[in-house]
Design a protein around this ligand. Structure first.
Ligand SMILES: *Cc1c(COP(=O)(O)O)cnc(C)c1O
Length: 386
């Protein structure tokens, strides 16, 4: 059966011009730097035993590492972590003079770049320790580094065998200015997981075998595990950006991001008609007539995940609107029947205080980290509260 041709709702383009941002961006990400600074201060209060670093890897969890790190540096943060050397090299000029370390460790052959730009590697294997020691000998001075101990993650860091090797032979660390010994928690967002205590004990035992040095244990969630996990330096990332570090409780962090996408077109879709690739959504018979569908200028190429198809939502002025059909590369469709005042040019809210990264993650079947770090380069980023 062929559906009758659908009448298009006629709406003059961009009637909602007063609602537009000054730019002509199709999708806009507003980032509240004062909320990030407030989140930093809360984490400092919770980790009063020591200092608090900022983890700004993956371009500051998608929000812009350079701007955020410079803002946090102005707000008293002195320690910064990234994952890759390339990230550290890009960030260095924005936080000159501050502690900057690479969590992924030392890449063989990159010693000169680490040294020239005052970047610390988190040494996580005997091979990395040997390479850094060799570079120290060549430079004729001790070189600063972090020592990464694996206590259960089994990705990076010295294993038990390697730990014994350096514990039994202090010459391994002779050329190294050991700034911190660190480990990384496996399940810190699940406070009751016995793995947390097991890792803490393993780490304490490892530190007891090593030369005395400041310690670093916790990520965002770890800071909320209580005084047992306090150390000299905490390494939060996610919580700075508003992700809930205590997922079973109310989010103590301030909301940081606001993502909006522009409505390009509005159309009426009659009962029985379908929307999008593979026709995964069909307009239901409705006594109220056709469904009013808004096509918004954001898609999975922008990090608005395809797994949100038929599951996500947008918010417009307090009304929650269901995402209908497949998310495509550049476009997403919403049923806006409930809001006849939505017109082309209107901005639909996709992330915000009432609909944060954790909420969207629950709809998409992932975590808030993936929601933020997926946000693409095509989205215009605006900073507020500097
Ligand atoms: C990413 C990372 C962090 C920060 O973790 P959050 O959960 O985002 O706070 C801390 N330490 C290491 C080793 C990491 O890889």
């Amino acid at each position: 059966m062929i559906a009758p041709r659908t009448p298009r709702t006629v709406v003059p383009a961009y009637v909602g011009i007063h609602a537009l941002p000054s730019s002509h961006a199709s999708a806009v990400l507003d980032i509240d730097l004062s909320a990030i600074a407030a989140n930093y201060r809360l984490l400092c209060d919770k980790h009063s035993s020591g200092r608090v670093a900022a983890v700004v890897k993956a371009d500051g969890y998608g929000l812009g590492a350079a701007t955020i790190a410079a803002h946090l540096a102005r707000n008293g943060c002195q320690h910064f972590f990234v994952a890759h050397l390339t990230e550290a090299l890009t960030l260095r000029p924005h936080i000159s003079g501050h502690f900057l370390a690479v969590l992924n460790g030392l890449i063989p052959g990159a010693e000169a770049d680490f040294i020239a730009h005052d970047i610390l590697p988190a040494l996580g294997s005997l091979a990395e320790i040997a390479a850094w020691t060799k570079a120290a000998r060549a430079a004729d001075k001790k070189l600063p580094a972090i020592l990464h101990i694996d206590t259960g993650m089994s990705r990076l860091g010295l294993d038990a065998h390697e730990l014994s090797a350096i514990a039994d032979d202090p010459s391994y660390l002779a050329g190294i200015d050991l700034r911190y010994v660190m480990t990384h928690l496996v399940s810190s967002e699940i406070a009751a997981d016995p793995l947390n205590q097991r890792q803490r004990e393993k780490f304490a035992a490892a530190c007891a075998r090593l030369p005395s040095a400041p310690r670093s244990i916790t990520n965002s969630s770890g800071i909320f595990l209580g005084p047992d996990f306090a150390a000299d330096l905490a390494r939060p990332g996610a919580a700075l950006y508003g992700i809930n570090p205590t997922p079973t409780d109310k989010n103590p962090m301030q909301s940081v991001v606001h993502l909006r996408a522009r409505v390009l077109q509005i159309r009426d879709v009659m009962a029985g008609e379908t929307i999008g690739y593979n026709a995964t959504w069909t307009a239901p018979p409705s006594p109220l007539g056709p469904r009013r569908i808004a096509t918004a200028a954001i898609g999975y190429a922008d990090g608005w995940l395809r797994s949100l198809s038929n599951r996500g939502t947008a918010i417009f002025d307090g009304t929650t609107l269901p995402l209908v059909g497949r998310v495509s590369m550049d476009l997403t469709t919403f049923d806006v029947t409930a809001r006849p005042d939505i017109v082309p040019g209107a901005m639909l809210e996709l992330l915000g205080p009432a609909h944060g990264p954790d909420d969207v993650a629950a709809q998409a079947g992932t975590n808030g980290y993936e929601i933020l770090t997926s946000l693409g380069a095509r989205i215009t980023r605006n900073y507020h509260g500097a």
